[in-house]
Design a protein around this ligand. Structure first.
Ligand SMILES: Nc1ncnc2c1ncn2[C@@H]1O[C@H](COP(=O)(O)OP(=O)(O)OP(=O)(O)O)[C@@H](O)[C@H]1O
Ligand SMILES: N[C@@H](CCO)C(=O)O
Length: 322
């Protein structure tokens, strides 16, 4: 359960009193997620999500994230804007943390998406990219390629506690991926950068919600699809690649943004980079999660195995893109 900060009923009641959203009926910590503390809050007028921003979210970035959500919601995308209190403020402080009350979206997040669901999600990512074309704010990718080497160094030789030799192996992999990373030849836009299955809410085979924009940034549009490919097309252990899901994701996305020759050349390297990003962030969390946090740590090796799988299957994966 991701609850790093405990919110008392008294503090939550006083917080909600700033809004026109009814009185507190119940609140419970949400089991999913590792980054922020999330509560499902029911009031006398409806249901909301309360998010308290933790570790990786810089408070100074919240106006960017909330501005992007407002921009996308205004274009009709199924994203949850933050609710403003009576004074017009969306960003608050609760129990000493920055916090927002967020619109609750219906739907369920998937653990094993089908190809049809993956196709809908790929198309939803393309819709998101199309809708960000006129979003003018910029944010550097704080978990982008420049961050991997320093994060690897901060994890240090403790990585070998996760798997023998992992420190050296990740160091070599960062070198390999950096050597082929695009040098500006791909289109950039505001990207989600963390669109895992648990951040897509579905009703049947349709997307009913895109959530958790707290890594959104300006980066390669194709990198967002590569992140999704790495997150969606494997079983949880990262051992088993499901080409039908990977292909469906790409064909859904291609309904709006067809693959160019440059995309084909770079896709594998970007997917490998995505694997490194999540191996490293999970490894850091694995080694540093506070013992009293109510959170289920995620397996760093599940993304390391995906990277190996991309290495092994490069030729066939590239064929599926054609
Ligand atoms: N607006 C929303 N509407 C409905 N459910 C939501 C909403 N926001 C969050 N949730 C629920 O809360 C869970 C955790 O939220 P979220 O993914 O934002 O947490 P996180 O800690 O940032 O996660 P992650 O580890 O994916 O970065 C989601 O999986 C979803 O079930
Ligand atoms: N979606 C990420 C958490 C955000 O860094 C993971 O599953 O590791």
């Amino acid at each position: 359960m991701a609850v790093y900060t405990h919110v008392s009923a008294e503090a939550l009641g006083a917080f909600l009193a700033r809004y026109d959203c009814g009185a507190l009926v119940s609140a419970k910590g949400i089991a999913e997620g590792v980054e922020n503390s999330n509560y499902l809050v029911d009031t006398t007028t409806g249901r909301f999500i309360l998010t308290l921003y933790e570790k990786r979210v810089d408070t100074g970035d919240l106006p960017y994230f909330l501005g992007l959500l407002d921009h996308l919601a205004a274009k009709g995308l199924p994203v949850p804007p933050a609710i403003k209190d009576r004074a017009g403020h969306a960003i608050q402080t609760l129990e000493g943390r920055p916090a927002c009350l967020i619109r609750f979206l219906p739907g369920v997040s998937l653990t094993r998406p089908t190809p049809i669901q993956a196709r809908s999600a790929g198309r939803a990512l393309a819709d998101l990219h199309a809708a960000t074309a006129d979003f003018e704010e910029d944010r550097l990718n704080s978990m982008g390629i420049e961050s991997w080497l320093p994060l690897w160094e901060r994890c240090g030789r403790s990585l070998d506690q996760i798997a023998p030799g992992l420190y050296d192996d990740i160091g070599f992999a960062i070198g390999d991926v950096s050597a082929t990373w695009p040098q500006g030849e791909l289109e950039r836009c505001a990207i989600h950068a963390d669109l895992f299955p648990d951040n897509v809410l579905m009703r049947g085979d349709s997307v009913s919600g895109l959530i958790d924009f707290y890594f959104a940034c300006t980066d390669y549009r194709l990198y967002d699809l590569a992140i999704m490919h790495a997150a969606w097309s494997f079983d949880a252990s990262g051992n088993e690649y499901d080409a039908s899901v990977g292909d469906a994701l790409i064909s859904g996305y291609s309904e709006i943004f067809p693959f160019t020759d440059d995309d084909q050349i770079h896709f594998y390297g970007l997917a490998s980079g995505a694997c490194l990003r999540f191996t490293l962030s999970r490894a850091w969390d694995w080694l540093n999660t506070p013992a009293d946090a109510l959170v289920t740590r995620k397996d760093p090796l599940a993304f390391w195995r995906r990277l190996k799988e991309y290495d092994r299957n490069l030729a066939s994966l590239m064929n599926t893109l054609r």
